[in-house]
Design a protein around this ligand. Sequence first.
Ligand code: BG6
Length: 463
Amino acid sequence: MSTTFPNDFLWGGAIAANQVEGAYRQDGKGLSTSDCTPNGLFGEIINRNQHQINSIKDTAIDFYHRYPEDIALFAEMGFSCLRVSIAWTRIFPNGDEQQPNEQGLAFYDKLFDEMAKHNIQPLVTLSHYEMPYHLVTQYGGWGNRQVIEFFTHYAKVVFERYKDKVKYWLTFNEINMSLHEPFTGVGLDRNSSKQQIYQAIHHQLVASGRAVKLCHQIIPDAKIGNMLLGAVAYPLTPKPEDVWAAHQENHGWLFFGDVQVRGYYPTYMHRYFKQNSIELTITEQDAQDLKNTVDFVSFSYYMSCCATADPSLKTKGNILDMVPNPYLKASEWGWQIDPVGIRYLLNMLYERYQKPLFIVENGLGAKDKLETDGTINDDYRINYMNDHLVQIREAIEDGVEVMGYTSWGPIDLISASKAEVTKRYGFIYVDLNQDGTGSLKRYKKRSFYWYKSVIASKGAVLK
Ligand code: BG6
C-alpha cells in the first residue's frame, strides 16, 4: 500500500468570512444574517438595525487586517490551498443593489494576491452561513424567488472580478443545514413549515445550478463544487427497521447532492413530498437550471451518527438530533469521533456520484491551554487528525478520487454553532477570550509543526 498522498493533492485549511474577518460594517459592509445571530447560528436572532449590541464576531480574530501574517503562517505549514468565503454583504451590502461595493471587492483582491505570493490556491465559498439581512427583512429570504436573481448577480460579479485569481469555487456551505437551521441556511423564520423550507431550498438549488453555469462560462478553466454536511448515519442495530431508518436519514442530506450532481430531484423525494403534503413550484426554467451539475463534491466531516426506528432514543445534539453510537468516544463538545466514518463516507459518495471529492472541513474543536512559555500541547488534535488522514489515505487506496483536504479552522476562530472562542480548532492559537479581551497575538501549537511535517512528507509521517 502506498504510504503517501498523490503529488497533486491539495493540502490546507478552511475558514469562513463571518468567523474570522471581523471588520463589522467596515468599508461599506452591510448587515448579514450572521451579524444578527451574535450568539451563534442556534442563538437568538437580533435585528441590529434596531438594537445596539456587540458581538464577538464584530472583531473575530481580525483576519480582515491581519491576513498577511496569517497567510504567511499557513505558507510556513506548506499549504497549497486555503478555503475562504466571500462575505456577500461586503460586495452587495443589502443584496439587491445593481452596483457592487468596490471597497469590498478590493479586499478580496488583496487577499487572493497575498495567497498567490505564497503559491496558495484559493478555494472560495460563495455563501458560507450568511446572506444580506436586508434580503430577509424585505424579501423573505430564499423563500422569495427574486433572491435567485440577486445571488446570481453577486456570483457573476465575483466570477468576473476574480476569474484570473480563483480556479476552485463552492456554491453554498453545508447546503443541507437549512433543514436544521432555516434562518442561517435560507433566511427563513425558525418556525417555518416544511413546505416553506423546501421551497426556499429549491430556490437555493436553482441558484447553485445557475452559479455553476456562470462559472463555466466566465472561467472555463475553473472547477465548481457543492458542499454537504456529511452527516453519515449508521443503523443503531442490525434490526431491519433501524437499517431502513439509517437509509432514510442519509437520504435527508444526500438529496441535496443528488440534485446538484444528477441535475434533477431523486424519486424518493417525490414520495417524501407527497407524504408530507409538500407541493413545490418548479418552473421549466428551474428544471433547466438544475441540469448545470457540479464538477466535484465537497463535504465537511466531523462525526458520524446512528439512526433508529425508535423515536424515544433520539436526543438533541449540538447541530443534529443524534443517537449516540455505543462504540465511539466523543469530543468535549459531545461530537463522536469516528475516523473510519470518513473512509466509509468517501467510498459511499464516490460510488454514488463518481465525481472527484474534496474534504473541505474536518477537525477537532477543543479547549487549549496556552502555557507560560507560549507553547500549546494539543496532542489530542494531532491524534484526531492523524487518525482521519490515515483513513483518507485508505480511501484513496480504495480507488476514491480525493482532490484535497482543508482542515477546519487552521487558525482559532469563532465557532459557528454557539459563537464560542473556547472551542478551538486551530494549528495556530489566537489570544482571544470569550469576553472579547486578549491581544489577538498568534502562537504556534504543537499541531502546527505536526501538520507541517505531514504536508512536507505527503502523509508519510502518519501513524
Ligand atoms: C461546519 C461549518 O458546520 O462546522 C463551520 O461549516 C463550523 O462554519 C464548523 O465552524 C464547526 O462547527 P462549530 O460549531 O464547532 O464551529
